[in-house]
Design a protein around this ligand. Structure first.
Ligand SMILES: NC(=O)c1ccc[n+]([C@@H]2O[C@H](COP(=O)([O-])OP(=O)(O)OC[C@H]3O[C@@H](n4cnc5c(N)ncnc54)[C@H](OP(=O)(O)O)[C@@H]3O)[C@@H](O)[C@H]2O)c1
Length: 330
C-alpha cells in the first residue's frame, strides 16, 4: 500500500484549517494516469480553494493544487508509459479532484501533456497556470495583431508583481515591447524594472493618466489580471487598434466601460481562459516556453515544502504576492 504526504483543507465552523496529512494512493479518484508529483505551484485559485472561498471547491476535506508536474508511475492509456514526465494544469485538478499539493495525483490522460525538452520540472512549475495564462494572453495579443512583431509597441501590465503579471511583463519585455508595470507595491519598483519594466506606475496614480470615459492614446497592448477600475482605465488609454487581454478578477468581478474605446479606436478586449481550453493549446504554450519564449525565472521564484505553504497562502490572499511560489514535493 503506497502512502504519501498531502496538504489537506478541512472545513470547520471557524473557517478552513490546513494541515499536512498522510494519505493512501487508493483514496485517489479513478483515472488513467497515476503520477508521482515532483513540483506544484501556488496560484490565487489554490488559495481560494484552500481557504474555502466560494466558487472553487465544493466538498472538503480536499487537497488543492491546480498545477502539477511529475513522473507517470502507472498508465492505462496507450499514449503514455511509466517514467514519462508530464505537466497537468487546470481542468478539475485541485478544484474537486485531489490536486498537486499532494505527492500523488490520479487523472484522466486527456489532462496530461508531455513536459517538453528544454523545460525542467521545476521551471515548468515556476510558470504553472500563472505562466500559462500570461503566455495565452501574449499569444492572444499576437494573433489579434496578425503576428506582427511587438518591437516598438508600448504595453501595460496590471497586478505586475503577482504570478500572471510578472511573467507577462517578462515575456512582453523579451518580445521587445516597452512595458509599463502597474503595482500596488511601491517597494517593489526595482524588482519590476529588474524583470524588464521600462516604467512603474503605482495603482493609485493610474487615474492621473487614464481619463474616463476616453483618455490619451498611450498603450498598444495590455495584460490585465485585476478587472474593476483597473480594466476600465486600461480601456480608456489604448492606441487605435490596441487590445487588452484580461484573465483575472483580484480587483472585483465586474468593470465599467463606455463604448468609446470600441467605436472610436477599434479597441478589443480579449478574454483568456487557461483552464478548460483544449490540451493542444496548452501544449503549444509549454513548447514556446521551452524554446523561443524561454525565460530565466530564478529571480522570480521561491521554493517551499508542503509545511511552508500555509504562510504563502495567507500572503497571496492578502494581495501581497511577489513572483511565484513553487512547492517541492520530492
Ligand atoms: N482566466 C484564467 O484562466 C486565469 C488563470 C490564472 C489566474 N487567473 C486569475 O488572475 C488573477 C491573478 O492571478 P495570480 O495567480 O497572478 O495572482 P497573484 O499572484 O496573487 O497576483 C495578483 C496581483 O494583483 C495585484 N492585486 C492584488 N489585489 C489587488 C486589488 N485588490 N486590486 C488591484 N490589484 C490587486 C497584486 O499585484 P500588485 O501589488 O503588483 O498590483 C497581486 O500580486 C486572479 O484573479 C486569478 O484568479 C485567471
Amino acid at each position: 500500500m503506497t502512502t504519501y504526504q498531502a496538504l489537506e483543507s478541512v472545513k470547520t465552523e471557524d473557517g478552513n484549517t490546513l494541515s499536512v496529512v498522510e494519505k493512501n494512493v487508493d483514496e485517489l479518484p479513478e483515472g488513467d494516469l497515476l503520477i508521482k508529483v515532483s513540483y506544484s505551484s501556488l496560484n490565487y485559485k489554490d488559495a481560494m480553494s484552500a481557504s474555502g472561498m466560494p466558487g472553487v471547491t465544493r466538498t472538503y476535506p480536499h487537497t488543492p493544487g491546480i498545477d502539477a508536474v511529475g513522473e507517470i508511475e502507472s498508465s492505462s492509456d496507450q499514449n503514455f508509459k511509466e517514467g514519462d514526465k508530464v505537466i497537468v494544469t487546470g481542468y478539475d485538478l485541485g478544484m474537486n479532484t485531489a490536486g498537486g499539493f499532494g505527492q500523488y495525483i490520479r487523472v484522466p490522460a486527456k489532462w496530461a501533456t508531455p513536459l517538453p525538452n528544454g523545460l525542467s520540472e521545476s521551471e515548468s512549475m515556476s510558470l504553472g497556470t500563472a505562466g500559462l495564462t500570461a503566455g495565452l494572453s501574449v499569444q492572444a495579443l499576437e494573433t489579434y495583431r496578425d503576428n506582427k512583431s511587438f518591437e516598438g509597441t508600448k504595453s501595460i501590465v496590471t497586478g505586475a508583481t503577482g504570478g500572471v503579471g510578472s511573467i507577462a511583463l517578462m515575456l512582453l519585455s523579451k518580445l521587445n515591447s516597452e512595458v509599463t508595470a502597474v503595482t500596488g507595491k511601491k517597494e517593489q519598483t526595482d524588482f519590476l524594472t529588474g524583470l524588464g519594466a521600462s516604467e512603474v506606475i503605482l495603482r493609485n496614480n493610474l487615474e492621473e493618466v487614464a481619463k474616463k470615459p476616453i483618455g490619451k492614446s498611450i498603450w498598444d497592448l495590455g495584460v490585465d489580471v485585476v478587472s474593476g477600475d483597473m480594466l476600465t482605465m486600461l480601456l480608456t488609454s489604448l492606441t487605435p487598434g490596441g487590445a487588452v487581454a484580461c484573465s483575472g478578477l483580484v480587483g472585483g468581478p465586474s468593470f465599467e466601460s463606455s463604448i468609446f474605446p470600441f467605436i472610436l479606436r477599434g479597441n478589443a478586449l480579449l478574454g483568456i481562459d487557461s483552464v478548460e481550453i483544449p490540451l493542444e493549446q496548452k501544449s503549444q504554450i509549454w513548447k514556446r516556453f521551452s524554446s523561443d519564449w524561454k525565460l530565466d525565472l530564478v529571480g522570480l521564484t521561491k521554493e517551499v515544502s508542503l509545511d511552508g505553504l500555509d504562510k504563502e497562502i495567507q500572503t497571496i490572499l492578502r494581495g501581497d504576492q511577489v513572483g511565484r511560489i513553487v512547492i517541492n514535493l520530492i
